[in-house]
Design a protein around this ligand. Structure first.
Ligand code: AMP
Ligand code: MG
Length: 355
């Protein structure tokens, strides 16, 4: 009896040992397979497209040290994170919290930095870029535009516009840096829609570069593009500037680094009685800015490109000023004016040639 039990136990131990060894071997084989599959994407371009931040985000990347697929996924994850954090109309986002609070809201370092940068851009563009137009943007129905149907969209009355303008403008953002908190005066709302895509592009780019500094490729967020590195490490990427009315492109640019962004009246708009109402607001009038169909800006980083394209659109009527002043702010400009005529800043031509 005693002996039987002893041999049972021996069998049991042997079986367990075999099982454990088999499981470990299986795990090893699986890991090797995974490494081979993912490793294969190293040095080879990998493409990942997802709908995030209200737009199509396409990552086209080749890793040097890291598998390309992992790098592409990291970029998309960053977009998702920032979309949740900075969509002002999404309950739960930090901007929603700030906008719906009648007192100070504590914010993290990233948010404080972003809001401060936005105010800096408002000042340098003489108020054309205004990060506190949330009330106006909602009045016109451009808050959650893609989920709205035509019957929900209308042209607000002058009275409504006046009322919401009084609750708008970046001078209503109060910052307490010492205690890292923000307060909105007069019930104004922050909306960083004019720069958050650029910020996400820049962050995603930096995340990729931090783990694989020789990675190459680009990230395209609805036409705003951040170059990660030259094509195959040496060549330019060719980028077309969309025709704002109809098919095709109006110009072609070549980039090995930096970023490009376009703001246009064809991106989000509705037409009533033959008049086009779009999503880029003139902070002075509280109405869609007029005078230009699209503004494209090439800059060293995606935030500058994004902000300046929005600001350039607002200042479109005064395009000569934009063409002269924006290069000083770090952006070269290409504009399609109302009617279709194209104009550009002097330095823009250097991007129209392949180097
Ligand atoms: P973009 O497509 O980059 O020009 O950004 C347009 C978005 O920026 C809009 O959908 C609004 O969320 C926001 N916006 C509209 N007008 C302005 C403005 N004058 N300054 C800053 N942001 C704006
Ligand atoms: Mg912009």
């Amino acid at each position: 009896m005693q002996q039987m039990r002893f041999s049972d136990r021996k069998d049991f131990l042997r079986t367990r040992k075999i099982l454990l060894i088999s499981a470990a071997s299986l795990l090893l084989v699986l890991s090797i397979l995974l490494y081979i599959v993912l490793g294969k994407t190293r040095g080879v371009y990998y493409e990942l497209t997802e709908f995030v931040m209200g737009t199509r985000v396409r990552v086209y990347v080749a890793g040097d040290k890291m598998p390309s697929k992992i790098l592409a996924q990291m970029a998309i994850e960053e977009f998702r994170r920032l979309d949740q954090k900075y969509d002002p109309y999404r309950p739960g986002s930090i901007l929603y919290k700030i906008n719906h609070s009648s007192t100070w809201t504590e914010v993290d370092e990233e948010t404080l930095g972003l809001i401060k940068a936005a105010i800096g851009f408002a000042k340098s563009t003489e108020g054309a870029f205004d990060p506190a137009l949330g009330r106006i943007i909602r009045l016109w129905g451009f808050d959650e535009f893609s989920s709205k149907n035509a019957s929900e969209l209308h042209v607000p009355s002058d009275y409504e516009i006046e009322r919401e303008l009084k609750r708008s403008g970046y001078d209503k953002i109060v910052i307490d840096s010492k205690n890292s908190r923000v307060y909105m005066k007069d019930g104004a709302w922050i909306d960083l829609g004019g720069m958050v895509k650029g910020y996400a592009l820049e962050r995603a780019y930096k995340k990729i570069k931090a783990v694989d500094k020789n990675a190459t490729g680009f990230i395209d967020a609805g036409g705003d593009i951040r170059i990660i590195g030259p094509k195959f490490g040496t060549s330019c990427w060719t980028i077309g500037i969309k025709n704002p009315r109809g098919e095709g492109i109006v110009d072609m640019i070549y980039l090995k680094e930096g970023a490009v962004a376009t703001s246009g009246d064809y991106e989000r708009y509705f037409i009533i009685d033959g008049v086009r109402y779009h999503h880029i607001m003139d902070p002075k009038t509280g109405k869609p800015a007029r005078g230009v169909w699209s503004v494209t800006v090439v800059a060293k980083d995606a935030v500058t490109a994004d902000v300046l394209s929005t600001a350039g659109f607002v200042l479109g009527k005064d395009y000569r000023f934009v063409l002269l002043k924006f290069p000083e702010l770090g952006g070269q400009v290409f504009m399609v004016l109302d009617g279709g005529k194209t104009v550009k800043s002097e330095g823009f031509s250097s991007f129209e040639k392949e180097k």
